[in-house]
Design a protein around this ligand. Structure first.
Ligand code: PBG
Ligand code: ZN
Length: 332
């Protein structure tokens, strides 16, 4: 008698149905969050393609309404909003203005689609004239991004998003203590039930390049390495995440996603909290570029990259492919 001496893994790969039965990790519409860039402009029909992000646009309120309408019809459940204001100043006042562009967009979206989960990015860099995520010092602290004075501005921004009707606020600035400052201000304003999705572990990454064109928020001097994490650092990710847990965050983002899947896995193993990952602009653009050249199959690459992120432990994925994946029926 001939006993099998080796593992016959191929037995369960014989048909699509069998492969489906043993597949452990799948993607569904609930997992996806789609980012949009909304511009404060009197031109109702404003729709400007972002060169470095094929298929993505800067949109006026009206165009955002159309775009999100078609995405919701395809099954989209959640959006992440970035705003491009009509004017910038050193304190980024557009970020926390009552009639700021994100505030207007939130009101419009919630009025049309009350069920849609509207997440707002809380940061100052798109609104500051210098393009940094915080306030810049003068005198002794000239040119430095000041931590503590920035907290109040971030908290004001989060509260103004909450007042407009946001479902989740997502601080992406990487100032220390901002989750606590935002939590306290939200609670004081009566929004104790509003979740904070914190960009807890955000690396200083070159993969944000295309986003800075899209959101027009590139720093005018220096870079973000004094506040975002160093790509070679691992252990600090634990401290960043536990700090944000203690300060009262509810969902935790690792960003970028693909190049940092080890970090996602490590944190998902170590903490009992919902994890999200942000497949950022550069990750998106690389796949688009290879697909446009015919070097990689777009659908297959998108799905495999998202599956990898999901497999590494992220329940939620923020991705510019969300809308397309739903419209094309790649994900349901
Ligand atoms: C700004 C912000 C950035 C991204 C999200 N929020 C850029 C940055 O930190 O420079 C990156 C998103 C992307 O690249 O898709 N605080
Ligand atoms: Zn920022």
């Amino acid at each position: 008698m001939n006993l099998p001496e080796f593992h016959r893994g191929r037995r369960l790969r014989r048909s699509a149905a069998l492969r489906g039965m043993v597949r452990e990790v799948k993607l569904c519409a609930d997992d996806l969050i789609m980012p949009y860039f909304v511009v404060d402009t009197p031109d109702h029909a404003f729709r400007k393609p972002i060169d470095s992000m094929p298929g993505q646009y800067q949109l006026s309120l009206n165009e955002l309404e159309k775009q999100v309408g078609s995405a919701v019809a395809a099954g989209l459940k959640s959006v992440l909003l970035f705003g491009i204001p009509s004017a910038k100043d050193p304190l980024g006042s557009g970020a926390y203005a009552e009639d700021g562009i994100v505030q207007k967009a939130v009101r419009m979206l919630k009025k049309n689609w009350p069920e849609l989960v509207v997440v707002t990015d809380v940061c100052l860099c798109e609104y500051t004239s210098h393009g940094h995520c915080g306030m810049i010092g003068e005198g002794d602290t000239i040119g430095r991004v000041l931590n503590d004075p920035t907290l109040e501005l971030l908290a004001k921004t989060a509260v103004s998003h909450a007042r407009a009707g946001a479902d989740i606020v997502a601080p992406s600035d990487m100032m220390d203590g901002r989750v606590l400052a935002i939590r306290e201000s939200l609670d004081e304003a009566g929004f104790e039930d509003l979740p904070i999705m914190s960009y807890a572990v955000k690396y200083a990454s070159c993969y944000y390049g295309p986003f800075r064109d899209a959101a027009e928020g590139a720093p005018k001097f220096g870079d973000r390495r004094t506040y975002q994490m160093d790509p070679g650092v691992v252990k600090e990710a634990f401290r960043e995440l536990s700090a944000d847990i203690e300060e009262g965050a509810d969902i935790f983002i690792v960003k970028p996603a693909g190049p940092y899947q080890d970090i996602i896995r490590m944190l998902d193993d170590a903490f009992d909290v919902p994890m999200a990952a942000y497949q950022v602009s550069g990750e998106y653009s690389m796949i688009c570029a290879a697909a446009q050249n015919g070097w990689l199959d777009e659908k297959a690459t998108v799905m495999e990259s998202l599956l990898g992120i999901r497999r590494s432990g992220a329940k939620l994925i923020i991705t510019y492919f969300a809308e397309k994946a739903l419209k094309e029926g790649w994900i349901r």
